[in-house]
Design a protein around this ligand. Structure first.
Ligand code: SF4
Length: 410
């Protein structure tokens, strides 16, 4: 019998759209409405999870044998790394942190740059609901993909006739795309910190001392400063391109200082858009448990935080890992090419609802999908926790349960 389930949350990406309509027959999904193609693919994965079997070196084995092998690998490891965690439920992220703690591993959520900036100057943020209802100036800085996402734009649509809103896209010249923005401002990526400091000067009424602006044309700098002065509720979406480079935490710090100064007179916030491999949500869970949101090492028996040292990519690039435990829907995202190359030479355990392409771990432990086959919760990228529904049966365990099975077998 057909059944329509409304207001389902899609965990296909960090947007976590929670207005999806799914029609099921009790055993499988018949139709998914109001989702994008990426979300459609995420829901379609539910039809494949029951065919997955545990594997050791690619050969099918029982769940007990795969758990036993995973436990043996963990017991032999001196420097294990836990990473991935994207599209994972809060419960699974919590179980991954507990396992890392138990085995003395490094765990990384990929959010090091944002965390470093946050610790220095703090962050003024808001929810998407506030952006929709109040923002009269939205600035997408290095966030072209988010601006191009139709589901995101729908989320911010307001039906208030009094609301006037300006949308500005900022990025490097090659990312120029004004289809969905009222204005595009080209900024040289390596000059973004200077551009922010020049804006801070202009907003304080300090002239640039006869110097030409750097990284941006004078007319665009003046126009941006004037729009920041005129607007009452400003939101910056800082995207992956804004957070690139070794000094990305300094850029985030500079922007946070600018926002703090604007906040003295008007409302101004920023929302960080996760880069590939940055797991929005896991950093909250890691912060509850350890006090730090990324790059935590439990080897000493207590959590040690060092964002430059314990980044997953860096550890793999430097061959400082002898076992990698990868969890979540897309565990290899965000790893550099060198890290991926080195990953193939260390034993690995993959726990998830899909096996990454062109990668054979020592142990694969399949799971069902939380949000389709198991209930739970996840964080949207604006920090809002959302419920996940479980409406289809599966023969698989949840990701959290598999992680707990390993913990209990150690
Ligand atoms: S934009 Fe929305 S529907 Fe599309 S994958 Fe992301 S969460 Fe799912």
């Amino acid at each position: 019998m057909k059944k329509l389930i409304e207001d389902v949350t899609c965990a296909g990406c960090y947007c976590a759209c929670d207005d999806i309509q799914v029609t099921i027959d009790g055993q499988q999904i018949l139709e998914v409405q109001t989702t994008c193609s990426q979300g459609q693919a995420w829901f379609e994965r539910a039809g494949e999870t029951d065919q997955l079997v545990p594997r050791i070196q690619g050969k099918p084995v029982s769940q007990a044998a795969a758990i036993k092998q995973a436990v043996e690998l963990i017991q032999q490891a001196q420097a294990p790394l836990v990473t991935g965690l994207s599209q994972s439920s809060t419960a699974a992220q919590r179980a991954a942190v507990a396992l890392a703690d138990q085995i003395g591993a490094v765990i990384d959520t990929g959010a090091s740059a944002g965390t470093r900036a946050l610790q220095q100057v703090g962050e003024a943020t808001c929810t998407l609901g506030e952006v929709r209802s109040r923002a009269d100036l939205i600035i997408y800085w290095g966030a072209a993909d988010l601006l191009a996402n139709a589901r995101h734009r729908q989320t911010l649509e307001t039906d208030s006739p009094e609301m006037t809103r300006k949308i500005i896209a900022i990025g490097e010249e090659s990312a120029r795309a004004t289809d969905h923005a009222d204005e595009f401002i080209a900024v040289e990526p390596q000059r973004e910190i200077e551009v922010i400091w020049q804006l801070r000067s202009l907003l304080k009424g300090i002239a640039l001392a006869g110097n030409e602006p750097v990284g941006i044309t004078e007319s665009q700098l003046q126009s941006l400063a004037s729009q920041l002065k005129q607007s009452q509720y400003i939101v910056f979406f800082t995207g992956p391109e804004f957070k690139q480079g070794p000094l990305s935490h300094r850029k985030l710090e500079a922007l946070s200082l600018l926002i703090r100064e604007i906040q003295r007179e008007r409302r101004c916030h920023s929302i960080s858009v996760p880069a590939s491999g940055e797991t929005k949500g896991a950093e909250h869970v890691l912060a509850w448990q350890t006090g730090d949101a990324a790059a935590v090492n439990f080897a000493a028996g207590f959590p040690c935080y060092s964002p430059a040292e314990y980044q997953a990519s860096r550890l793999l690039e430097q061959s400082e890992v002898d076992l990698c435990i990868l969890t979540g829907g897309n565990p290899l995202a965000g790893l550099s090419a060198q890290a991926l190359g080195n990953l193939k030479s260390v034993p690995s355990i993959v726990i998830g609802s899909t096996l990454p392409q062109d990668f054979q771990p020592e142990v694969f432990l399949p799971t069902g999908i939380t949000g389709i086959q198991f209930p739970g919760s996840m964080y949207r990228y604006d920090g809002t926790p959302l419920p996940l529904r479980g409406f289809l049966p599966t023969v698989q365990n949840s990701e959290a349960d598999v992680l707990k099975q390993i913990s209990n077998s150690l």
